[in-house]
Design a binder for this molecule. Structure first.
Ligand SMILES: Nc1nc2c(ncn2[C@@H]2O[C@H](COP(=O)(O)OP(=O)(O)OP(=O)(O)O)[C@@H](O)[C@H]2O)c(=O)[nH]1
Ligand SMILES: [Mg+2]
Length: 326
């Protein structure tokens, strides 16, 4: 069924694309078949991440960038990842109203994803979703996520270029530093340029960046924007393209993508092993007893882990699982 859906998606069927993204979200057995089927079609889209504190104007920027991209004749997919809310809440509703015109455009695909399962799983699910969108043939894939912690930072690892959106409000800079957004920004947008203190914020940020710059091939630029009026959006877009060009010229893009492939391999192995181990701890009496001792602090977790890894029982159990199914 998955392969058929992939064919339909490749032919431009949006419902097939939506269904494949649901397969990714459910994270069931079909995921393996899906990832294998789309692999030949991946690696063509430009993936852009947009992150920043809550309410900074990310979605408004995404909306304006979408219009700009469409005016250039490019196709686009927007993935709004919401790691904090288990429900698609008010913000998403606002985005829907804002993005309304784009919902009617067959060359724009919009999808919101709320948290499912463990927090650590979100970046994995998001990165698979981006691959599916890439394989659907869209020129641009935009990923929006609220930048409040490590999970969001991890989500941004999918992107070729990361835009961190800030606003002139006091405290924003501190929050950015705390969330580790400073390290992942390829481009800064200081949005709400109509607000008091915007010029100062831009200057301070530029100053800080001059001192913290570590790359010889790229200086992280700061672009003032007023998303509601679309001001600075063209400049922001051009800057993102400059970043891409600089990455290509310096073989950074290829290296980032190689790193991502490697990462995905290890991640999948770790996920598989971790899931099986959790299941085994639940079903195996001996391991269950050991876990209780670990939890109570009666046994040192480190040596217990090494003992379990060395014990043939665990390996034998895994082998029997592999022989049975995978
Ligand atoms: N004054 C002013 N308001 C803006 C600007 N850009 C966005 N806003 C407003 O700021 C509010 C939040 O904008 P969003 O685009 O939803 O911000 P967001 O970063 O996507 O928010 P979350 O996804 O909830 O974190 C909305 O009321 C926007 O209209 C701007 O340039 N100037
Ligand atoms: Mg938003």
């Amino acid at each position: 069924m998955v392969r058929e859906l992939v064919e339909q998606m490749r032919a431009g069927d949006r419902r097939a694309l939506a269904r494949l993204l649901s397969v990714v979200e459910r994270n069931g057995d079909q995921v393996t078949e899906l990832m294998e089927a789309i692999h030949p079609y991946t690696g063509n889209a430009q993936v852009i991440g947009i992150t920043g504190p809550p309410g900074a104007g990310k979605s408004t920027l995404v909306d304006k960038i979408t219009s700009l991209v469409r005016a250039k004749g490019l196709t686009i997919a927007v993935l709004a990842v919401d790691p904090t809310s288990p429900f698609t809440g008010g913000a998403v509703l606002g985005d829907r109203i804002r993005m309304q015109q784009h919902y009617l455009d067959p060359q724009v695909f919009i999808r919101s994803m709320a948290t499912r399962g463990s927090l650590g799983g979100l970046p994995r699910v998001a990165s698979r979703a981006v691959r599916v969108l890439d394989a659907s043939g869209k020129d641009i894939v935009l990923v929006e996520t609220v930048g409040v912690g490590q999970t969001e930072v991890d989500v941004m690892k999918i992107a070729d270029s990361v835009v961190v959106v800030l606003v002139p409000e006091a405290g924003d800079a501190v929050q950015t530093l705390k969330a580790g957004l400073m390290e992942i920004a390829d481009v800064f947008a200081v949005n709400k340029a109509d607000r008091e203190g915007s010029g100062r914020m831009v200057a301070t940020l530029r100053n800080t960046l001059t001192f913290s710059n570590k790359l010889d091939w790229w200086r992280v630029p700061v672009v003032p924007t007023q998303a509601t009026k679309g001001e600075g959006v063209e400049k922001l877009w051009d800057t993102i393209q400059e970043h891409r060009t600089a990455m290509e010229k310096n073989s950074i893009l290829a290296e980032r993508r190689r790193e991502r492939q490697r990462h995905e391999f290890f991640q999948t192995v770790e996920e598989w092993v971790g899931d099986r181990l959790s299941a085994l701890v639940k079903s195996d009496g001996e391991l269950g007893d050991l876990m209780k001792k670990i939890e109570e602090g009666a046994t040192d977790p480190h040596s217990a882990a090494i003992d379990v890894l060395r014990s043939g029982t665990l390996l034998r159990h895994w082998l029997s699982l592999v022989e049975k199914k995978e």
